[in-house]
Ligand binder design. Structure first.
Ligand code: ATP
Length: 356
């Protein structure tokens, strides 16, 4: 019997609702497959923890996480705490502490889901966006001076290191190579950002030589938004810096039908540390406590977690069941225009696993 230790960090808002639903799905998979089990360790970090302790997570919080096989995360965000505190104090602390430098976001239109794109069929939109997750525009460098005075200044410095760019681009080329189309689009902005992004472009040319079977092209980030809308079928795997990919991946989620569906993995490809999986949506306080949250983003994140844990059969099984459930409009939550409650979706997924 193989035991996977999973750290469960629901965080804030609907994260506290969807992560327990994710645990139920993992338990349903374990009940189906007697060779594995999941052992959960729960961490109550987030906004409420901050109100009680003045920090989003303890200073030594990474220590217990070091021992787990993977982390299931909900969301961090609280209407009464500044966003930079909730973000830097928890999610980024884990991502950066564990050098989870590849943020991977698959996007597809699942069966039964409507895309806002006119005339776009399901097979025309199948992307994976790879976001540099450790430096770039979100390196955290910069500062403020003369606060409150007319001469106040503020700066944020984007940092790109050769090692950081090489490793994320190599990861993206390798991922592109593993997909049927073997095509990578490298997002840039080297026309305006004429230092870091120029190095980014040069490194793409260099890394591409290691992957002669992968075709690739370069696209400015602004042009990429239009291309996602007008020619979705021209994209497959995409790699971009922290900020650029942050924006593009939210657009991708919206084009695929709902923020409530999209998953992400914060991955340490070298497996030195645990990787972390989470739905891309935030805490959504407007629907919190009402049972309306769509748990599919969490379930798809679990598919990514299972792939990372090298359980491809279980990952495939769960993805098939998720697609059966989304194909049924009576199981759509409100964000998809339906009336189903979160727990009904979970029950349908667990029942589908049991039946499989
Ligand atoms: P944060 O500040 O934590 O990033 P937010 O509340 O500003 O979060 P999101 O949670 O990313 O923003 O989503 C915006 C809106 O989309 C929410 O207010 C909610 O109405 C809807 N939404 C997001 N996720 C879901 C979901 N899983 N199910 C249903 N609706 C959702």
């Amino acid at each position: 019997m193989k035991t996977y230790r999973i750290a469960s960090i629901p965080g804030d808002g609907i994260g506290k609702e969807v992560v327990p639903e994710g645990e139920k799905v993992l338990q349903a998979l374990a009940a189906k497959n007697q060779d594995i089990q999941f052992e959960f360790q729960h961490f109550d970090w987030g906004g409420d923890y901050y109100r009680a302790h003045g920090v989003m997570m303890p200073a030594d919080g990474l220590d217990p996480l070091r021992k787990v096989d993977a982390i299931l995360f909900g969301s961090a965000g609280d209407p009464n705490i500044p966003d930079h505190i909730t973000l830097w104090g928890l999610r980024l602390k884990i991502c950066q502490g564990f050098d989870q430098y590849a943020n991977v976001r698959p996007t597809r239109i699942l069966p039964g889901i409507q895309t806002p794109l006119k005339n776009c069929t399901r097979d025309q939109l199948d992307w994976v966006i790879v976001r540099e997750n450790s430096e770039g525009e979100y390196a955290g460098l910069g500062g403020r001076a003369h606060q409150g005075h007319p001469i106040e200044v503020a700066s944020d410095m984007s940092i790109l290191t050769r090692v950081g760019v090489e490793r994320i681009q190599r990861y993206a080329f390798r991922l592109a190579q593993s997909r049927p189309r073997k095509h990578l689009t490298v997002i840039t902005k080297s026309n305006a950002q004429r230092h870091g992004m120029v190095m980014w472009d040069e490194i793409a040319v260099q890394i591409a030589k290691e992957f002669p079977d992968v075709t690739w092209d370069k696209e400015l980030v602004d042009a990429a938004t239009a291309r996602m809308v007008n020619r979705p079928e021209s994209l497959d795997t995409v790699v971009a810096t922290n900020l650029h990919a942050d924006v593009l991946s939210d657009l991708a989620a919206a084009l695929a039908g709902s923020l409530g569906i999209a998953p992400t993995g914060n991955i340490d490809p070298e497996r030195r540390y645990p990787s972390m999986f989470e739905p891309i949506h935030g805490s959504a306080f407007d629907i919190m406590g009402k049972g309306l949250a769509n748990p599919i983003g969490t379930f798809w994140s679990i598919v990514m977690m299972l792939e990372h844990l090298q359980e491809p059969t279980l990952a495939k099984l769960l993805m098939q069941v998720i697609e059966q459930v989304t194909a049924n409009p009576s199981l759509h939550t409100r964000d998809l225009g339906g009336k189903a409650m979160m727990t009904e979706v979970t029950q349908a997924v667990c029942a589908g696993i049991e039946r499989s």
